[in-house]
Design a protein. Sequence first.
Length: 136
Amino acid sequence: MPKVPLKYLNRKEEIFRNYLHEIDKHIDDVLEGRVEEMFELRDLAALLFIHPTHLSNVIKQHTGLHPCYFYEEKLIAVAKNMLADPELSIADVARKLTYDPSNFTKWFKFFEHVTPSQYRKQLYEQTFAEMQATAG
């Protein structure tokens, strides 16, 4: 197998890092209300001045995973963080992330295998158990 020149490996890493950076910026923009819709892969590729297919291929070659995996992973982390806040309803979390509440529940369950309300209940039960353990 021919050896891949280092400059190409570095470029893949650069594209991947820039992709993750743009995801973070975009999610922040959504949460702060600066944009109203979630980007698609083609939108992120446009920000990086590369073709969506090239972006997808580079990230798959570099990580073994589709670019959407990283996007969804970051969104799930944000959703979990927001669900930990009892002041926010699940509908509020869904809307903040540009989802219809019922679609948000389906999306969250697909990735986490529990609904947002089940996740929240588990989180509170875990927190309560930890508080009991430290108090006793």
